[in-house]
Design a protein around this ligand. Structure first.
Ligand SMILES: *Cc1c(COP(=O)(O)O)cnc(C)c1O
Length: 372
């Protein structure tokens, strides 16, 4: 029977609250008969997330894409926005949906985040903002990015979809920039099935975002802007409250898995890894490896499909680059000679399975496929 796993190992598996604990919450929602529109659980989750994430203002959304779209609306961003091609498509789609032209800048191959040294050359008179991504939860060089933004009068909106709970020297990564967005999709470290949030730094902006996510209604008869429906409902808010209680344990479990992976793969020729950055509280949301085909003796895709044959599903996050999708490849900055580092990384990456209850034995099975 060789060593093919009976059970498929997926790249992730959702953190689920206990059903026994969830049922009384559902009963309570049934009793209250208030299902959405800033209800009891919505308010409770916003407050609990502010405490957990150490930020003063957070606005819940029904997914992680609408906060990106609404952040651009709230800050009245137009023209061109500098961003990274190495992300999930939602980052760039949010610009497109606002009629904004994305300008792609290459990444730093060490962090996989936008390379601050390349930003200034991409600024034009039409540039109004920078939209970086903390890819895999690794912090961007926010200080450098802010210096550039201040010099040129640009806003900064971070796509922090991967960076739930990430801190630098005890301070939330979400404090940086003008706003940050989060995703609570089922595949993320903390999930509300579908969900997301927008983090801002003052009460006036929080109010504006809350109007925008509710069709622009400021009160019963006043509509202040062409808003959208981005509200999170009571059931998913309650689910989120329960999941928040166990997210620290889930992150600890992920850290154990990362240690096991690193210990075993550190010496594997042709495979390189990302390291922890000192002073950073990581969330271990992803575990990317980078395959050097010449040294490893197999291309990234050969390894990817070999793992798949053995029922181990890695993911090539982020391949193809956003700039290579037909929607965007006509843009001048999308050309691959403008993006050599991103192109190279996208062609060598595999994210290995990682989730809170991936067992040591399963990690061993995965490692066996990569080491031999
Ligand atoms: C998951 C994700 C989003 C948002 O996704 P939703 O599925 O809408 O919650 C945005 N950006 C990045 C980088 C993501 O990984």
């Amino acid at each position: 029977m060789e060593d093919k796993n009976e059970k498929q190992i997926t790249v992730t598996s959702p953190l689920l609250p206990s059903l026994d604990e969830f049922i009384p919450y559902l009963q309570d929602i049934w009793d209250r008969k208030w299902l959405t529109n800033n209800g009891h659980y919505h308010q409770a989750l916003e407050k609990a997330l502010c405490d957990y994430l150490k930020v003063p203002y957070i606005s819940l959304f029904t997914n992680g894409t609408l906060p990106l779209i609404c952040a651009l609306q709230a800050l009245r961003i137009t023209g061109e926005v500098i961003t990274t091609p190495y992300s999930f498509v939602a980052t760039t789609h949010s610009l497109w949906w606002n009629g904004i032209k994305p300008v792609f800048v290459d990444i730093d191959p060490i962090t996989c985040n936008i390379d601050p040294d390349k930003i200034e050359a991409a600024i034009t008179p039409r540039t109004t903002a920078i939209m970086p991504v903390h890819v895999y939860g690794t912090p961007c060089d926010s200080q450098r990015i802010q210096e550039i933004a201040d010099k040129y009068g640009l806003k900064v909106i971070y796509d922090a979809a991967h960076a739930f709970g990430v801190e630098i020297n005890g301070r939330s990564i979400l404090e940086t920039g003008d706003m940050s967005t989060l995703s609570f999709h089922a595949t993320k470290v903390f999930n509300t099935i579908e969900g997301g949030a927008l983090v801002c730094h003052d009460e006036k902006m929080k109010k504006r975002i809350d109007y925008l996510k509710n069709f622009g209604f400021a009160d019963e008869t006043t509509v202040i802007a062409p808003g959208i429906n981005g509200k999170m409902d009571e059931i998913r808010s309650a689910y989120g409250l329960l999941n928040l209680k166990q997210v620290d344990n889930a992150i600890k479990a992920r850290q154990q898995i990362v240690s096991q992976y690193r210990k075993e793969l550190r010496e594997t020729k042709g495979i390189s890894l990302m390291d922890d950055i000192s002073g950073v509280r990581h969330n271990y949301s992803y575990f990317p490896i980078f395959v050097n085909a010449d040294e490893y003796g197999m291309t990234r895709d050969e390894l990817y499909f070999k793992m798949k044959e053995h029922n181990i599903l890695g993911r090539r996050y982020f391949y193809p680059l956003i700039s290579d999708f037909p929607t965007y490849r006509g843009i001048e900055s999308a050309k691959s000679d403008n993006l050599p580092a991103a192109t190279k990384i996208a062609n060598s990456v595999i994210c290995l399975p990682i989730y809170h209850n991936l067992s040591k034995l399963e990690v061993e099975l995965i490692l066996n496929q990569i080491r031999k």
